[in-house]
Ligand binder design. Structure first.
Ligand SMILES: [Mg+2]
Length: 264
């Protein structure tokens, strides 16, 4: 193991743009994940709220990655756990996909019609309709509070970018209800929960991601060292353009797992 990697015993990895691109594994990423798992605890932290931890683990396993559900932290899981820790089991209504409802129910929250909900919880929803927004409004006007899993503007697919959870959150905000809390990256809540799941400390943890504004900025705020990989959204020139400077830059996860990273 390379000396640079020796200082870390916990690796928190983003998924899209780090392990996979759409439904394609990034070349060498499977072997790199195996190498990192031999060296320390690895947690996958994704803002994708459409899948539960179980669904995410199944998807990655089917692509050949050694991943179990306990290794995965999704923004749907973070939302469910945050609500439980802060407020106890709540009555919730979901504007989002199955994975979000699944995690909320698994944490002990009760899925209710919007008018009876204490919280409206929003995630990416590929079946968003005017009717669903009208239902959300009903709940919010009746006094429900608004929690967002994340506000990623877009979602990368092999066909190009699609609207992300930010489109749903923005539509609700446009009705006069900004989210009371956003729990996914870049929120420190996401990184805190990922560290808790890993059982590690921020001091010995490295966040590896492809997006400067979420993965890197959020992890820095949470006190973690960071590594930008160049296999996804952000490019090296964005470091200067955005003024977000990661601890390390690596060509990709395979290079990182070999200890080939440079200070930008
Ligand atoms: Mg990513």
């Amino acid at each position: 193991m390379n000396a640079t990697l020796e200082r870390y015993n916990t690796f928190i990895l983003d998924v899209d743009g780090v392990l996979v691109k759409g439904d394609e594994p990034i070349p060498g990423a499977r072997e790199a994940l195996r190498m990192l798992k031999e060296h320390g605890q690895v947690i996958l932290l994704t803002n994708n709220s459409t899948r539960s931890r179980l669904q995410t683990a199944h998807r990655l396993s089917s692509l050949g990655f050694p991943v179990s559900p306990e290794d995965v932290v999704t923004s749907s899981y973070v939302a469910a756990r945050y609500l439980l820790e802060e407020f106890g089991p709540r009555k919730v209504w979901v504007i989002g996909e199955e994975g979000l409802a699944e995690e909320l129910a698994a944490a002990g929250h009760a899925l209710m019609p919007p008018r009876e909900a204490e919280w409206i919880v929003a995630g990416m929803d590929r079946n968003l309709t005017y009717g669903k927004l009208a239902q959300a409004l009903t709940g919010l006007l009746a006094g429900a509070r608004f929690l967002a899993t994340n506000r990623d503007a877009t979602f990368p697919t092999p066909q190009g970018l699609l609207p992300g959870a930010g489109a749903v959150v923005g539509a609700i905000q446009g009705m006069g209800f900004p989210p009371e809390q956003v729990v996914g990256k870049p929120s420190a809540i996401a990184f805190r929960i990922a560290l808790e799941v890993a059982g590690g400390s921020a001091k010995a943890a490295l966040m590896v991601g492809d997006r400067l504004e979420t993965d890197i900025l959020g992890a820095q705020r949470a006190g973690l060292d960071t590594a930008l990989v160049l296999t996804g959204v952000s490019r090296l020139q964005d470091v200067t353009r955005l003024g977000i400077r990661p601890t390390w830059v690596a060509e990709g996860l395979p290079a990182l797992a070999r200890g080939e990273m440079a200070s930008p």
